[in-house]
Design a protein around this ligand. Structure first.
Ligand code: PGA
Length: 266
């Protein structure tokens, strides 16, 4: 059973999967799945590719679904000659409420530095949206025993872009790179240890506001490990990749997380 009062989040990061027709189908399947489970204690978010956002916005609005819409990335800049980029205001017009910032795939494959993560977080917040800032060590860093140092650097780097007083609008996600897409999730102890470390850095930097910041775990989260991961004190939800592409498994994860947060009457 979860032991904190932060409301959990289950977020589905679709990555570069599903065109807008397939996206509509998945959201319809998910809506059906949500009808038969108790998800009242959990915030549900999905992060489709940019080309799906308009269609998914339509279906969430038309059916009044309990799903928040997110985007996987955005530019730190407002507009201009930046071929291929998408701005925060463009996302806001599509009812997007959250943006993943600094996912390890953006950091590793597209050169997203801590400075760009900070600048993007600033822009997301200035546009009235919520950044979900991703941090996590690579396998080499873990083997070298420098996980804490890496997390400290990434969290401090990102906080440079979070104005004091806006901590409540920010979510962090601990995503060990070696666990992403590998089928090998972190152990509950490792996930809790890393999330507690992230919270301690947040506390050093921002004092009491840190206790309200939600920290997710991501990396091979599945229905059968979801409950035990979020039962940990500092793990406030899950960022799910592969398993969010299947409506039944994503719904099962949501159900497991909600169950872990007790019954409404308890
Ligand atoms: P995974 O991805 O669940 O497929 O490991 C998680 C993520 O990258 O957000």
């Amino acid at each position: 059973m979860a032991t904190n009062s932060r409301r959990p989040i289950v977020a589905g990061n679709w990555k570069m999967n599903l065109d807008h027709v397939e996206a509509i189908h998945l959201v319809q399947q998910l809506a059906l799945g949500l009808r038969s489970i108790d998800h009242s204690r959990t915030d549900i978010q999905i992060y489709p590719p940019f080309t799906d956002l308009r269609s998914v916005e339509g279906i969430i609005g038309a059916d009044n679904l309990p799903i928040e819409l997110g985007a996987q990335h955005c530019s730190a800049l407002e507009s201009g000659a930046y071929t291929g980029e998408v701005s925060v205001s463009m996302l806001a017009r599509l009812s997007v409420t959250s943006v993943l910032v600094g996912h390890s795939e953006r950091r590793q494959l597209y050169g997203m530095t801590d400075e760009i993560v900070a600048a993007t977080s600033t822009s997301v917040l200035a546009g009235g949206l919520h950044p979900t800032i991703c941090v996590g060590e690579t396998e080499e860093e873990r083997e070298a025993g420098i996980t804490s140092e890496v997390l400290t650097r990434q969290v401090r780097g990102a906080l440079a872009g979070v104005p004091k007083g806006s901590e409540g609008s920010v979510v962090f996600a601990y995503e060990p790179v070696w666990a992403i897409g590998t089928g090998v999730a972190a152990t509950t102890q490792d996930a809790q240890g890393a999330c507690a470390h992230i919270r301690s850095v947040l506390t050093e930097e921002r004092g009491g506001a840190a206790s309200g910041i939600r920290i997710l775990y991501g990396g091979s989260a599945k229905p059968d490990n979801a409950g035990e991961l979020v039962a940990e004190k500092d793990v406030d939800g899950l960022l799910v990749g592969g398993a969010s592409l299947d409506a039944a498994s994503f719904a099962a994860i949501i159900e497991a997380v909600s169950a872990c947060y007790g019954s409404p009457s308890a």
